[in-house]
Design a protein around this ligand. Structure first.
Ligand SMILES: [Zn+2]
Ligand SMILES: [Zn+2]
Length: 378
């Protein structure tokens, strides 16, 4: 047999409606799965509390219970509806609605809604990714009306108690749930929970207290940001009616393509043209970097497709100062046009070349090609 309903809720037998609500709400908070994941019996305890509340909150049911107890109710056909719920979450929702037991939507304590978020996009180049930047963004947001300072009243006219909710800011609605009728409290749609409205609405905002206005904001973009990442600027979204918290502004950052570099994580990749003679003799090549140029050493016998590296000339990672590298692929230029003299020189060189001149200890071109293709197949 279930425990005594009054005992479960910790109530005296003459407890009134308000005390019953309060006791059940307090217990529900204690037993909520979000707070009480450790207590394996929390679900059972909440079901017990829900049943006790279901009995005591209904005057007719309570009267039967007071005279005949649980047995009397059950023999009269009553079954606790908590038995019909699979999950504790569903059960909580049935009593407290989507706002939950902490949301304050049910049993009084209405909370005004938060303002909407706004999303905008900005475009930056690789130089800004390197150094970080501050961009000025312009957008429109719903904000407090300046004419009435957000109170919705034409300046100089009074603000009076809301006629729809009589100044309570809340409206009570009876919702049908599996437990029968549950009293739900909702924010008043006329005064948005304020309890007060303007007698003569502000001409600037039609009494809403809010109007769409242009915004200009400096947004700091940190170094190392990736294409497509979003920056959240808290509180710079739309203002809310009824004093709720404003929404946030989300700035999506697009990084422009750069014709000189390909970005590969924190590395930058580029190509340098090297005349075939220089590739054979070795020497120095100048390569462009994001900040200007740097000189890299070219070993004698450098092959087409070999990779040179300028350490630290890449990009930083978000939130870190260490930079990646600039990887430079060597593109060996074979002369397309030769003068008579050059042709003669090359012919003389060609006659002296043997297999030894081209021998190398590294992997063959075919092997490299295989590795490359395998890498791309992955
Ligand atoms: Zn106004
Ligand atoms: Zn109202």
């Amino acid at each position: 047999m279930p425990r005594d309903a009054y005992e479960v809720l910790g109530l005296a037998r003459d407890a009134d409606e308000q005390q019953i609500k309060k006791a059940f709400r307090r217990l529900a908070r204690e037993l909520h799965p979000d707070v009480n994941s450790e207590d394996p019996e929390a679900a059972e305890k909440f079901k017990e509390a829900a049943e006790a509340y279901e009995i005591l909150s209904d005057p007719e049911r309570r009267a039967t219970y007071d005279r005949y107890g649980h047995e009397g109710l059950r023999s009269g056909g009553y079954r606790p509806s908590s038995e019909a719920f699979g999950s504790l979450g569903d059960l909580f929702n049935a009593f407290f609605g989507e706002g939950g037991v902490f949301g304050g939507e049910a049993f009084g304590g209405a909370r005004p809604a938060r303002g909407g978020d706004i999303a905008i996009a900005v475009e930056i180049g690789l130089a800004e990714v390197l150094a970080g930047s501050t961009v000025s963004v312009s957008y429109e947001a719903i904000s407090r009306c300046e004419r009435c300072h957000g109170n919705g009243a034409e300046p100089g006219t009074p603000i009076v108690a809301c006629p729809r909710c009589s100044g309570a800011g809340r409206l009570e609605a009876v919702a049908r749930t599996p437990f029968g009728q549950v009293l739900q409290t909702v924010v008043c749609d006329r005064c948005h929970g304020e309890g007060r409205v303007a007698r003569q609405p502000c001409a600037g905002c039609s009494g809403a207290g809010l109007r769409r206005t242009p915004q200009v904001l400096e947004v700091r973009i940190p170094p190392g940001i990736d294409d497509g990442q979003r920056i959240r600027v808290a509180g710079r979204g739309n203002a809310a009616a009824g004093g709720g918290a404003p929404g946030d502004l989300y700035v999506q950052v697009h990084v422009r393509g750069d014709e000189r570099f390909v970005r590969d994580g924190r590395d930058l990749v580029t190509v340098v043209d090297v005349p075939v003679t220089l590739a054979a003799l070795g020497g120095e090549v100048e390569v462009q970097t994001l900040e200007g140029a740097t000189t890299l050493k070219l070993a004698p016998g450098t092959q087409a497709g070999e990779e040179l590296r300028a350490r630290g000339a890449g990009l930083p990672e978000l939130g870190r100062s260490r930079r990646g590298d600039l990887r430079v692929f060597v593109n060996v230029l074979i002369p397309r046009h030769l003068s008579g003299e050059q042709r003669e020189l090359l012919e003389r060189l060609h006659a002296t070349l043997s297999a030894d001149n081209h021998a190398h200890g590294g992997e063959s071109v075919l092997l490299r090609l295989r590795r490359l293709l395998r890498h791309h197949a992955d």
